[in-house]
Design a protein around this ligand. Structure first.
Ligand SMILES: [Zn+2]
Length: 406
């Protein structure tokens, strides 16, 4: 189980009940369909407690009954599964050329995924907040129109995010000191639900842990590919945030002091050679002739087409970018020894040409044999992983055992 916030320590009976509710919900999420007796037997909670908690969860429609099963010793039992159909949680992400919103329900069902073309790197923070709010309102309108209550909304940003949800620096967007969470709350007005901001990488690894190819892994890294390159790190099942929330800035590791300039003002950062704008500039020198790229999809399509036609310059460029990516991955492997590093965004799109070189570099630069068992793979989630993770994160209070208001 992932703890994205400090877990409450039970101090009174109310807190104990919250903690027990979380245990029951988690059991149903992982083992549904299951009976009350199954829950009691596995969790060690007594049957009366389980029965009372389940009654409450049925009342709030966080679980539902699916009928009887007689396929066990003893009398038939009523089976339980997650419900959550009266609720929705939203996640949004700010991409290189789009904004994405995803809604999920507490049962893990994806309710909607909407993209809107939007050039955040050239638009600036004020217009980006307006566009985010417009997109969020449309999604809120859709799910509330289905009779659902919104539980929370989390926005993923490619940059540094502080504990108040502010963005001290997002160099790929050209942002500095943007009070994003506060601005969003002001613009959305009285929402009745929590509005939070996190790094896109942290949210993406939450999505991986719940929905990706390595779901359930406790030591896992998601490396985002977009205007920036960030690492969301799960270590021992917990999200690694660091003292002020700024862990995971993989993109600004200096790989070569004499390397190209980075938007952060330094030289030779991993992002300076592997972030999406750098990749397009490296492989398609004509792409920026008429100004900054505002729509990357056609450019990525051109790169894929050239690679498929085995254009030697493009293949050599992709192999070089792959080696840089593998170098960055080896630093993660040496420091963290994860089970897997999964790459998203344009790294996933270009994986067939990047990953062979990246894997060789990872193994060559990691001290432990075979990179310490670390796999390097493309994410199997679509490029909405941060938004999906944002929606997942917005369910955290329910999963921690707090009942929704009402
Ligand atoms: Zn940098």
């Amino acid at each position: 189980m992932i703890s994205i916030h400090n877990e409450p320590q039970p101090t009174d009976l109310g807190d104990v009940r919250v903690a027990n509710r979380a245990v029951v919900l988690r059991h149903v999420r992982l083992h549904a369909p299951c009976s009350r007796a199954d829950i009691a037997a596995t969790t060690g909670l007594n049957k009366a407690t389980v029965s009372s908690l389940v009654t409450e969860l049925l009342d709030r429609r966080l679980v539902r009954e699916t009928g009887l099963t007689g396929n066990r010793v003893g009398r038939p039992a009523t089976m339980l599964v997650l419900d959550g159909s009266p609720y929705a949680a939203l996640g949004l992400q700010i991409g290189a050329d789009d904004l994405v919103v995803v809604a999920v329900d507490p049962g893990g069902n994806r309710l909607l995924t909407w993209r809107r073309a939007f050039p955040a790197p050239t638009a600036g923070p004020a217009d980006t907040v307006r566009a985010l709010v417009t997109l969020a309102r449309r999604a809120i309108g859709r799910v509330t129109g289905q009779g659902r209550t919104v539980l929370g909304l989390t926005v993923g940003v490619p940059g540094l995010v502080d504990t108040a949800g502010g963005v001290p620096l997002a160099s790929g967007l050209g942002w500095r000191d943007v009070p994003l969470a506060a601005d969003l709350r002001t613009a959305l007005r009285e929402t009745g639900f929590t509005v939070t901001v996190d790094t896109d990488a942290n949210l993406a690894v939450l999505a991986e842990q719940r929905h990706g190819a390595y779901a359930g892994a406790t030591d896992l890294v998601h490396v985002t590919g977009g205007v920036s390159v960030g690492a969301g790190v799960l270590a021992g099942g917990r999200l690694l945030r660091g003292g002020r929330g700024h862990a995971g800035e993989l993109g600004h590791l200096c790989l070569d002091p004499a390397g190209p300039p980075c938007p952060c003002g330094r030289r030779g950062c991993l992002a300076a050679s592997t972030a999406l704008p750098a990749v397009v500039a490296r492989l398609l020198p004509d792409a920026t002739q008429d100004g900054p790229v505002t729509d990357y999809l056609p450019e990525l399509d051109r790169i894929v087409a050239s690679a498929r036609q085995e254009d030697p310059a493009v293949l050599a460029g992709l192999a070089e970018i792959g080696r840089h990516l593998g170098h960055g991955a080896s630093i993660l492997a040496n420091l963290l020894n994860p089970e897997a590093i999964v790459v998203g965004g344009h790294f996933a799109t270009l994986a067939p040409w990047l990953l062979p070189a990246a894997r060789a570099e990872l193994v060559a630069r990691t001290l432990a044999p075979q990179a310490g068992g670390c796999r390097l793979d493309a994410s199997t989630l679509d490029s909405a992983a941060p938004a999906l993770g944002g929606a997942t994160a917005a369910l955290a209070t329910i999963e921690a055992g707090r009942l929704p208001a009402g």
